[in-house]
Design a protein around this ligand. Structure first.
Ligand SMILES: [Zn+2]
Length: 292
């Protein structure tokens, strides 16, 4: 019998840093929920891809910055994403990329069409420094992995609340088309060619997502889609949880109708006095469930 469940990548290393923040902690809570049956998926350890991820990180990022994250010095660079450095930081940062590399490798070398990684903290990281809680740019690393495995056209669909300027700075617009819907201007970038950066608010959010998918269709077809499924439009920008559920169903249907290979990551989404870790996990599980 064929196993129709998709793989969701995660291991303990995702939460290896002593520095506690949603980006370095929430994947553990989401993994616990998946172990308890919150969605019909396989939770898979991407540990075997850590070495490959580390190689790709060195292709995407400047060696001096990678060395700083690995060793903790110079401190200015090692903490540039906004976290205090500890020996778990590089383990955590490589693991988040490894999950995406595992997903890309699985889809481009087999029959699978969807994979997820409980990775977060990706799209703001630049070649020579971290930014906005992002240490290594997992989307750019995953795109590099895809190009190495023969993908010729890749779509980065970034629906985090913030713009993905880091990813844009690290990828070639001729092969990696980026389409963002943002609800905040942080890390804004200048679209060119077939790329699109749309701004949305709570009122027109789903309309803008629809426009983004139409932009993607004009630029397609694609050999691989990397979907950065941020929940901070809800936690930071008052987009409703109902609209986010609809968004995930819409993106999943869009993918299924084109039979695209798609790897998703969790991206932003933050706890606050209004949002508990449980509520944040439930939001991210909407992504997993929509693709399950
Ligand atoms: Zn964000």
């Amino acid at each position: 019998m064929t196993d129709t469940k998709h793989n969701v990548y995660w291991n303990q290393n995702y939460t290896a840093s002593k520095y506690a923040f949603d980006t370095t902690r929430k994947s553990g809570a989401i993994a616990e929920a998946l172990k308890s049956g919150a969605a019909d998926v396989n939770l898979v350890d991407p540990g075997a891809f850590a070495e490959r991820a580390a190689e790709l990180i060195r292709k995407v990022h400047d060696p001096g910055y990678v060395d700083a994250v690995m060793g903790g010095v110079p401190e200015r660079l090692a903490t540039s994403q906004g976290f205090d450095w500890d020996p778990g930081i590089p383990i955590m940062a490589v693991a988040h990329s490894a999950g995406l590399v595992a997903g890309v490798t699985e889809l481009l070398s087999g029959d699978g069409r969807v994979a997820g990684s409980l990775s977060s903290g990706l799209h703001h990281a630049r070649a020579g420094r971290g930014a906005g809680f992002c240490t290594f740019n997992g989307l750019a690393v995953a795109a590099e992995a895809g190009l190495g495995l023969g993908a010729e056209r890749i779509l980065v669909l970034d629906l985090d609340a913030h713009c993905g300027g880091g990813t844009r700075s690290l990828t070639d617009p001729d092969t990696v088309v980026q389409v963002d819907v943002a609800t905040a201007h942080f890390d804004e970038w200048m679209p060119s060619g077939q790329a699109a950066l749309l701004f949305a608010n709570a009122e027109n959010y789903l309309d803008q997502v629809e426009s983004a998918l139409e932009s993607a269709d004009r630029a397609g077809p694609f050999d691989l889609v990397l979907y950065n499924a941020g929940m901070d439009p809800v936690t930071d920008s008052r987009v409703s949880a109902e609209d986010i559920t609809t968004r995930e169903e819409r993106v999943a249907t869009w993918r299924a109708n084109r039979n695209y290979r798609l790897v998703y990551s969790m991206a932003g989404g933050y706890t606050s006095s209004q949002t508990s870790m449980r509520q944040l996990c439930d939001l991210h599980l909407e992504t997993v469930r929509a693709f399950a």
